[in-house]
Design a protein around this ligand. Sequence first.
Ligand SMILES: [Zn+2]
Length: 411
Amino acid sequence: MKKRDLICTKCKKTFPIERSYPRCDICNEPLEVERVVTGKINKGNVLNQTILERYADFFPFAKIDKAISFHEGFTPLVRPLRLASELGIKDILFKNESQNPTWSFKDRGTVTGIQQAISLGYKRIGTVSTGNMAVSVAAYGAGVGLETFVLVSTSLPPEKLNPIAIYSPVLIRVDGDYGRLYFDSLEIGKQNDIYFINSDVPFRVEGSKTIAFEICEQMNFEVADYVVVPTSSGGNIRGILKGFEEFRLCGLINKVPKMVCAQASGCSPIYNTYSSHAEVISRVENPHTVAHAIENPYPPSGNEVLRRIKENGGTFVAVTDEEILQAQRRLAKIGIFGQPASAVSLAAVKKLRGQNLLDENDTVVCIVTGGGLKDTTVFGRHEAKIIDSPLEDLNELIGSGRQGYNRDERR
Ligand SMILES: [Zn+2]
């Protein structure tokens, strides 16, 4: 293990990196791995490299176990030119994280979390999740042969349970306060030697840094003005910001983009705290949004996201379900079918542009967090245009042009 500490994001107290408990003993805020100030990108062919190898200088691992990788990361950065002019901004790019092995960005933090669990000698891992992270940890745990505990709430429907169960983890439906489960699971892990890779733990944040690293490489180290991140627990946006900051400290880029914390208005605890000028996050009662993947009423990294994005000069925004669904349909027309949470970033850009908080000279990167087929219930919220025709009438129907075809929205 390289000599780096864990540091409390609030009081700055340091802890040894071998510590598995992810929060500070004094203020109970999240810990994070000390920033990297010297490092370079390893050369090599990305077609057969892993993110852990390419960016090895930026992780504190003494040794990398290549066998734990499912070749996560190295996802496309899509640049739809027509959409930029439609929005009236210079450039918009989409980091398509639905191209990961379990169809979400979570795989990056899962591989770094498991690498750390193995480094510390753990034989058992776990997570608390309602979707993307449960699938990811179950898959990687199965791949590496660790006993894997996935704790979900009793309300999880079968279409979300089955994609977790396929990997055969110890899948437990927990009857009780789901919000408390995040914290209780960490205690249970401590007592039972289970390394819990929850949403915003230090080594999951380390994995999310690689989203920023790849964006820098894909943009030839020219830095976007804004990076928009759909935000739930806060771990991913923290990781992406940390990634940009480490590349700047290492001299690979000359500035850090402004981060936009984008939430769904049906569950926007971080945005609410920002707009009411409060200092600490309050729990959202009765959260409800079509963007289930980011429906976290009391984000464990909420306070830290608030502190860091303010320092960074970024902003906070909340978008309605209708705006999210409209953005989801628009994204589909650039070849990206993201889950509703993923569409929050495009909906946020539209809103910020409408408010003139983005201007015509801005370049914006949107994070598409996960794939659309993970949430098929949303099809009920979209109009499906389907025409029935007897075979003998088909030529006439198509020839008549009566079928109607919407040509106005393209890449
Ligand atoms: Zn502290």
